[in-house]
Design a protein around this ligand. Sequence first.
Ligand code: GLC
Length: 634
Amino acid sequence: MRERWYIPMMKSTESAGERRRAPSAFDQRLAARREELEGLYLGLYQDGGAAFEQFLEMLRGAWKARKRPLRDMDKRREADPDWYRRRDLLGMMLYVDAFAGTLNGVVEKLPYLRECGVNYLHLMPLLESPKGRGDGGYAVSSFRTVQPELGTMEDLEALADGCRRGGVKLCLDFVMNHTSEEHEWAKRARAGEKAYQDRYFFYESREIPDQFEETVPQVFPTTAPGNFTELPDGKIVMTTFYPYQWDLNYANPAVFQDMTENLLFLANRGVDVIRLDAIPYIWKQLGTACRNLPQVHALTRMLRIACEVVCPGALLLGEVVMEPVKVAPYFGTTQRPECHLLYNVTTMATTWHTLATGDTALLRRQTEAMCGLPKDFVFLNYLRCHDDIGWGLDYPWLCQHFGVDEVGHKRYLNDWFTGKWQGSRSRGELYNDDPRLGDARLCGTTASLCGVESAETENDPFWMERAISLDLTLHAWMLSQSGIPVIYSGDEVGQLNDYTYHDDPDRQADSRYLHRGRFQWDLAALRGDPETRQGKLFQGLRRLLSLRAKEPCFDACAEVRAEDSGNSHVLAISRRQDGRELLCLYNFAPEFETAWPHRMGGYTELMYGTRYEALDQVELYPYGFAWLLKDTEK
Ligand code: GLC
């Protein structure tokens, strides 16, 4: 009898036990990746066996802390790995304080973002960072605290929840190359604690720093020369960016573990896209340029695995502002992917070069290079962002084909965009002018660089029309590139440069504040009036966006080709999808230009509805464009 009683008991205990033993989603994901992760980890941290076990425990803890709605989202996205590869994402990047004052203010402004069609929101750095020594939030003093003026971590989480419910993906920066000098670790290092000094590159004398300086270029040669900073007590610390941004030493496994934990903490707040700030710089080695070293790729791959195990719904966006060949490797390989997303920085810089030269050859070549990349690489396309425009162009090719000299060409571009060149209406300012290398970069908003500002101040309606046309053409070009378009906040209503930073002692040395001005809600309020320049731009952009959303040729998997337009001022791109063909023409000259696409069959221009029975020649408005859709056979 007793046994009889026991049998069902045993059975039920067994099945509960089995249920308990069933591997968790975390265990399953880890099991599939553990061997590779361990290999990479021990490759960087020899004798790191025990540290590796701790690392795994940290990952498990982060997974346990991940809340239900995020885990559900992870599952949905795991089942649909192409969720971010479609053409349904439109991004905007903005500063919380400039746009809405606080995080709660952003919640109130979500209807405006919806009106813009935005469903990917990049909030510029908002973690605690010392005023005046914060590099616009890129010197973080606490990775777990929101900058008090902007709100709290709870506000951030509430905003993330609201975004998730409203279908908006949230992107935040993860500033991982360095901490602020005011971060707890830096303070303890300064106080003499060896374990914290070892988290940075801390030296007693200039001997090793001087060896580094022989091979490491400078990021901010004017505003922050050199790569090291001497502290008041004579110690020397590595500071690749500003002197108050202390470089972290990722050769120390404690740094990697704690920073990965910080990254996962952000993901667990509900952040969808984590922007890996300055990722190429995170590994330093004597005798090298300390950029893009193989160890950087090993670390990025480990971060990717950490996310795939803990928060597979989150994406990594690499900030790789490097010469063209150095960028794509940050996607990794099909077998060993690294970042999900990268900025299309070369196309951005080449676009501005094309405007200043009026010659589309390099942009065509760059487009061909992009077309040659695997279609599952997703780029963020943009015209302007919070940073300067660096002239990272393909100089060897320009030199070979046009005899272009790099220094002279940069000077020309900078003169053009600062309005010094005759015929230029652009109003930019230089950034980090390095007279030795002639390497200045450039700042300014899209509208000011396009000539809207000068047309307005000079009250020149003729030029205003051209400038607006140019601004829309550049946006149309951005929207016709495969990937995720990202608008820089204010550009949708043609916001101009903000010169008030010249009077702010905390900002005046950094001309990037020229294009980081307050969002001007009073001017944005004019967006509904088609007679205003704000209205022309806003409504033009909305029309472009709705055309893009409807037309399958804009799909990421469309076949894209750079075409011969028969006119060096006109860039021609074709996109083919589902038996449809779209030909996009962009005129980079301030005069009427004719393109010669020589195509049979009827076409309709999507923006204005113009009909062409055959596309032999197409006349384009000064700085104008045409999106020509071929008639489909019925
Ligand atoms: C990135 C940011 C830039 C910042 C730098 C240092 O390049 O985009 O604004 O100055 O990192 O953190």
